[in-house]
Design a protein around this ligand. Sequence first.
Ligand code: ZN
Length: 366
Amino acid sequence: MQIAAIVQQLEALAPPVWQESYDNAGLITGSGSWECTGVLTTLDATEEVVKEAVARQCNLIVAHHPIVFGGLKKITGKNYIEKAVIAAIKKDIAIYAIHTNLDNLVIGGVNGRIAGMLGIVNGKPLLPKEGTLRKLYCFVPVDHQEAVRAAIFAAGAGVIGNYDECSFGAEGTGSFRAGEGTQPFVGQKGERHYEKEVCLQAVLPAHLSGAVVRAMIAAHPYEEVAYDLVPLANTHPNIGSGLIGELLTPMDEKQLLDRIRDVFKVPVIRHTRLTGRPVKTVAVCGGAGSFLISKALAAGANFYITADVKYHEFFDANDQLVVADIGHFESEQYTIDLLFEVLREKFRNFAVLKSDTKTNPVNYYY
Ligand SMILES: [Zn+2]
């Protein structure tokens, strides 16, 4: 199996277009055309992890964090990034990063996993991502509408929440005049023709636009298909930053802190003053999430679990919610399992391994 086949599965889960503008998700070293010998999942593709991949005969590392973020102008091995890149290239190891695109997939992604481990249900994005949905309007002769419907559904159009095959058809009359070099499906060349048509409408994820349009054209009888593809201001219910959800039964703030400490194996949690109120609504964002404190407040969260919170940012909690910084590595550690499970499920008889290297650069002395 080629590395490209594994990349394709990862990108079906979290398309690269969902990554933030500053990110560098995707294949960082190696080539999709290489034959894959095994996959190693990790948070960070450090030099140590590259060595582990070599020792365990895996030539593909699937990491959450891109080891290369900015450009590399010199590759001399003077820092951990260059060391990892040199080791990977020398040993023919491909490194693939699935980063903010996996953060932005709510249920099924990094934050959905965190919520699941803490018993938080009904998760939705805290900050829905814009520009992820489009609407297709396709004009099709009445007798051919079912074929076009089936084709666009199969390509991924028509999904709204837990409903699929959603569409709307409005009947009307289309007109056209076939010109030079045409072979019209109905009507005479050079004469205006009227045809009973249906305007078929369906919503689709923007990243599937190409596939849906190709499927529509293939199933449509006309040689020139009239259609409109329109960007929507609606947001996708499962794509965006952070997650907000509820605990099945409200709990005491200290009980929740205890649960976090046990589940995430954190020796210390930095948090704002406890409010004494029961916790029902909880927001989470794995990794650096202080940019969402105001969103968590506005959404009415009682508790916000994240990492990399700076001193002044703790004040933003305003005694209205508890902000808990549980550590960057700690918050995202289960992403290693998430990637492992996704790939093992797709490639049952293939070597998919979890890295044993603890890449957390932060240590605690207490
Ligand atoms: Zn992170």
